[in-house]
Design a protein around this ligand. Sequence first.
Ligand code: GAL
Length: 679
Amino acid sequence: MAHQWNRYTVGVCYYPEHWPEEMWQEDLRRMLANGITVVRIAEFAWSLCEPREGEFTFDYFRRFLDLCGHCGMKVIFGTPTATPPAWLTHKYPEVLNSTMEGTLYRHGGRRHYNYNSPTYRRLCSRIVEKIAEAYGQHPAIVGWQIDNELNCETDEFYSQADGEAFRQYLRKKFGTLENLNRALGTTFWNQTYTDWAELDVPRLTPGTGRNPHMMVEYIRFVSESAISFCEMQAAILRRYRKPGDFITTNGLFASIDNHRMTREALDVYTHDTYPNFAYGLDNVSPEGDLRDRWAALKLIQTRSICPHFGIMEQQSGANGWVNRLEAPAPRPGQMILWGMQSVAHGADYVSFFRWRTCTMGTEIYWHGILDYDSRDNRKLAEVKRFAGMLEKLAPVCGADYTAAFAILEDYDNEWDTRLDAWHRRVYQASKDGLFEATAREHLPYDLVYIDQPDAAEKLQRYPVVVYPHPVMMDQRRADLLRAYVENGGTLLIGCRSGYKDLTGQCVMLPQPGLLQPLTATDVRDFTFTTFAEPESFATMGETRLESPVFNDILTPLEGAQVLATYGESYYKGQAALVENRLGKGRVLHWGSVFTAKNAPALLAAAGVKPLFAGIADAPWSVELALREKDGKRWLFLLNYLAAEADVTLHAPARSMETGEALSGRITLPPYGTLVVELD
Ligand code: GAL
């Protein structure tokens, strides 16, 4: 990665334009007094730099930047392209995105533009260039944020410009209509295209029947569009920024290959995290005991994109919009807890959203550190304490996260689940099941994306990798997995593996298709579990493994060994888990999904070792994270419950906050965090 913070830094999102200018100086003073040294600004403020088409003025933010320079505040400057001005969309409605039916999204919200309109690209390039030219050398600036949350609000684009761009995309990818028709399986239901002009972004069809191969291609196209929009801006910023100033964007949203975008356009990746939606009153996040720990799913994904990342927006208050989303205030301690959750997973920069709650607009309930009255409060006190704690953690900055194993992912399979309900069902069940199991069992994992160029090299770091449902498979990926196993790795896969190619068409091979030479299994029969298998299970020795949702009925081929058999239904007694030794490694094929209950035994069968044995014991509600650098190791202990938690340190350790030597049983306060250096 081209940029890495060399010290933990606390920032805040600030909107100078939301407040009278007389307030700026005192705001900045209070921020600095409370440990905040960076502000992110301007990402929605196009009209303040170009109030009318072609009329540019840069005094406003120059005054703000000069003030920052004067008092020692650093700035991340946002490009304002997520919110085109009213004059722009009024004059050039072609820049707008539309619904699938073709109704244009109008001014009044945000992200109502499309990535492909040549007019929008021209006007965005110009404003980005003008801003970069005006402020690029300003000493207060340390970094640039491109747009804001690409693909947030919507990741579907149906404007005329998108239709045209999609046609060009398909033409470039497939070359001939013959190739395109074959790849998209258009023989089915007479969808054959005879002229490129007949192609368009997917539109409304009767019922819900849509071409699934076209849909995957469409998501790839949306990703390409977002990335090229981001690249366009990055190239401009790169020409004007000072050496050392970084370029980033904040995410993480659907239908973007964030790995590729980061590699090709950015210096570092930043993520926005709001864990309290796990307590949401309108239920936007998974429920259950783990609640706010689910935020780690995205942190793990972010770490996979960029091991040392930033949090551009870290929750600092109760959240909600006027018309949707409701979540409670963070309890005392939870802001630090969630900040430490980010840091434990690899964030070196943590910027709270936002300094003061806005008094107008849609987000009057998206509370910031300060409330409307601007008085000091417990949230500000927590920010200050957090900043102080991070200072004491200085040696940990840049340390690597240690995982017990890796889970494999790829964008093709993820995007296939968007339309394919069969695929989605197993994918989602295992994603949730593995997260819950590993959180409860203290088995932290990394994500590796097999579709990225560094996959082979990354895989070598893990003795065990789990690829829950590699439904789509190609020879290159199968070869990569084979090489990993032959070199001594253990690969564990679940049901529904290998029955599609990367277009999403089913392959006419015995399942698991191209993976059969690795698994030495044959799937001759398979089924969703139904009322006939109310509690589908398999037995592995004495262990009962639940096997819900879907069952592949496995036949072991030569050399393979059956480790578990199904316990009921017409396939009772047939293989549910099969092991094949290959080269120096092993492949385990599990015929069902991974759940919170069965995953611990399956991971153990694959050889995943407890990471904290000999280091610490903690209840499931305390997250443990291990970071390593230059032969030193640090342990993060994060208590997610409102009650005290007892943990045991098996080895001598030293508190990073107090310097105190610790060992044996210690008690974490409600929502308490502790970071220790291990001897
Ligand atoms: C983020 C966004 C911010 C703000 C916040 C609250 O998604 O980047 O600009 O809108 O959510 O909605």
